[in-house]
Design a binder for this molecule. Structure first.
Ligand SMILES: C[S@@+](CC[C@H](N)C(=O)[O-])C[C@H]1O[C@@H](n2cnc3c(N)ncnc32)[C@H](O)[C@@H]1O
Length: 234
């Protein structure tokens, strides 16, 4: 796998089958915080149960673990990915000092597929989320969905997957995804999710979606989903 240093000094790799990097070259760690971890409201939380879909090199779980431990929140992560090649690269990452302890917890979890520390629990499920989602019996507070781009990874944005995920949320549960493309929004609306957009950068918006939390989507995004929300080449 071709390794490359991103702008924040963290390492990512090229997935040669689909010709896309696992993380943006602007910074894998920056991205995990800016698109996901810093967007979560941790107030009044003592514990969080999180499904990390598209675990890849583990940056989202890593930064989430750090953030929760810092805030004294018990965190339980179920990480899912079908790409064992990516997971095998995690020990080779260039981890900054402040994340080293969280990284060591993740490494232990990956090695034994399941680990439990004082306020950290972790389980790794390898395989296709479309199969794994059917077998999961627990409910989650947060589902992190971190696919490749839409054109290369359509199943991760599909109604087929959303139908399965919808059963996995607890009462205050929500999904967070960096990508707000109209087909994904349309699929979420079709499956009766409440949706809101959030800003990642001036030109990039992510999606939070929930079957229960009454998020509100702006009218122009709804129109866009109606107009462009059907994939002409699924
Ligand atoms: C953009 S990368 C995720 C990067 C990762 N979150 C990180 O922090 O390094 C997308 C990941 O989704 C995984 N993936 C794509 N389709 C999948 C599927 N159907 N089931 C499980 N994993 C999938 C890929 O193997 C890849 O690791």
């Amino acid at each position: 796998m071709r390794e490359i240093k991103t702008n924040d000094g963290s390492i990512t790799f090229l997935n040669e089958d689909i010709n896309e990097f696992y993380n943006p070259l602007t910074g894998a760690i920056d991205r995990a915080f800016n698109a996901y971890i810093n967007k979560i409201d941790y107030s009044n939380k003592n514990e969080l149960k999180v499904l990390d879909i598209g675990f890849g090199l583990g940056y989202n779980s890593l930064c989430l673990t750090y953030e929760c431990l810092k805030r004294n929140i018990n965190v339980e992560i179920v990480a899912v990915d079908k790409d064992i090649g990516a997971i095998n690269m995690i020990p080779r990452l260039n981890i900054p000092d402040y994340l080293v302890y969280s990284h060591s917890l993740l490494l232990e979890g990956i090695k034994s597929k399941r680990t439990e520390h004082k306020n950290f629990r972790f389980r790794l499920e390898t395989g296709n989320i479309l199969d794994i989602a059917d077998k999961l019996k627990e409910k989650f507070d947060i589902i992190i969905l971190d696919p490749f781009s839409y054109s290369k990874n359509k199943e991760m944005y599909s109604s087929n997957l959303l139908i399965k995920l919808k059963k996995l949320f607890n009462k205050y549960g929500f999904l967070i995804c960096y990508n707000s493309n109209p087909v994904f929004v349309s699929n979420l609306l079709e499956n009766s999710f409440f949706i809101k957009k959030y800003e990642i950068s001036k030109h990039e918006h992510g999606i939070m979606a929930s079957p229960f939390l009454k998020f509100e989507l702006d009218d122009s995004s709804k129109k866009l989903a109606r107009a462009f929300g059907k994939d002409i080449n699924p």
